[in-house]
Design a protein around this ligand. Structure first.
Ligand code: GLV
Ligand code: MN
Ligand code: MN
Length: 396
């Protein structure tokens, strides 16, 4: 099926009728539908899909025992996310195999198309959970303690989706190289006026949970000076994080907050807020987070509230194989650019697998939003670029 047809088929899955954004959380019906879609697309190409015990998938084209070239991405989304982040890499991988076949290419090395689960960490809070488990960066013993917002344990969510973690995880033994195509999540390619680029590095980034504890009290009868209001401590921390990141030319975001008891006429007893912080080096990230924490502690002291900070998902800087990026970029004269977004490619690179990323221009740069977009012509240019990259890596 041509790229445009695959894209049309994917379009309604998990889409909100109100916002037009996507809710494709892992181990939900939308994601199961996407997993089935992927298996059908592979079957239509005569490829057999292997699905592991947690829902990671791979299908290999070619029988050779030489180390293979894996390409692909993820199908899950952030809450109310865009259509392209993840699925573009999967549909492009399938379309690139079609392109190679249409060109009459018979690759010397096997080419695999893979899908990793829970890349966004939107349900269990750990980014790239599927690829982390597969590479051993996270162990099952660590992961099985995770719960989603409704208190559902990871193992139960997986079982509810009809999968069995004890069935084992995908093996990466066959993978000699990994290439992930992804929509760009910034405006670098727009500014350079090119449709396609290669990745040089991923900024270190992570998620920290801030628990601000206060004293529940009456919103009317409690004098302002008698309050221990954790909302205030949180609000000042959010402002401090923004200022600190701007001053240091880094990134800090509080995008998720939970308030207890969340009543209009009561001072809250607890505010839990999640900091997403990213920086250009591991040291810069550590010092950014330390400085936000320090300012939060300071403010908590003045508000008479308590603060606990827990690191939930931290990824160090990733430098993709520079020779590989240069070699692949020369195929199309593509620029090699950094990204501040996390990817399964970073996890596989950390695991010692030579890894590259192909970016496709995003005209607005907007991502993790229903407004995320890529023009069809650019997506097709991405498929051609990926096909060229696969020929270079797999040999023909
Ligand atoms: C994943 O897209 C991330 O960068 O958070
Ligand atoms: Mn992604
Ligand atoms: Mn994403």
């Amino acid at each position: 099926m041509a790229f445009e047809e695959m894209w049309r088929d994917l379009s309604p899955v998990g889409r909100s009728a109100t916002s037009g954004g996507y809710f494709r959380q892992p181990w939900t019906s939308a994601e199961s539908e996407l997993r089935a879609w992927f298996a059908e697309e592979c079957a239509a190409r005569g490829l057999t899909v292997e699905t592991d015990g947690i829902g990671n998938q791979v299908a290999w084209w070619g029988e050779s025992d030489l180390p293979g070239v894996l390409t692909g991405s993820h199908l899950d989304s952030v809450l109310d996310g865009g259509a392209y982040d993840g699925p573009l890499g999967v549909a492009s991988a399938l379309a690139a195999v079609d392109t190679l076949r249409a060109r009459g290419v018979e690759p010397e090395r096997p080419i695999g198309i893979g899908v990793f689960v829970e890349e966004e960490g939107s349900r269990f809070g750990r980014a790239c959970l599927g690829s982390r488990l597969v590479t051993g960066a996270t162990t099952w013993d660590q992961a099985k303690e995770l719960r989603d917002r409704d208190g559902v344990f990871l193992a139960d969510a997986i079982a509810d989706a009809g999968l069995d973690p004890s069935a084992g995880l995908l093996s990466l033994d066959r993978v000699g190289t990994f290439v992930e195509l992804h929509v760009e999540q910034g405006r670098d390619l727009v500014d350079r006026d090119v449709a396609v680029g290669l990745a040089s590095e991923i900024w270190p980034h992570g998620r920290w949970r801030f628990d601000f504890a206060g004293q529940a009290n009456h919103a009317g009868t409690t004098r302002m000076e008698d309050r221990h209001d954790p909302m205030l401590t949180y609000a000042m921390t959010a402002l401090a994080a923004n200022k600190q990141a701007r001053l240091a030319e880094q990134r800090a975001t509080f995008g998720r907050v939970a308030v207890e008891p969340n009543g209009t006429n009561a001072v809250p007893s607890l505010v839990t807020a999640w900091l997403d912080a990213r920086a250009s080096s591991d040291d810069a990230l550590a010092s950014l987070v330390a400085s936000i924490e320090r300012q939060a502690e300071d403010r908590a002291g003045r508000d008479g509230t308590g603060l606990t900070v827990t690191a939930e998902s931290v990824s160090g800087s990733v430098a993709f194989d520079a020779d590989l990026a240069t070699r692949l970029a020369s195929l199309g004269g593509w620029p090699v650019i950094p990204t501040q977004a996390g990817h399964d490619a970073g996890i596989l690179s950390d695991a010692g697998i030579p890894t590259a990323m192909v970016f496709v221009r995003n005209p607005t740069g907007v991502s993790h939003s229903p407004d995320e977009h890529a023009e069809t012509a650019d997506c097709l240019a991405g498929v051609e670029a990926l096909a060229d990259v696969l020929v270079e890596l797999a040999g023909a």
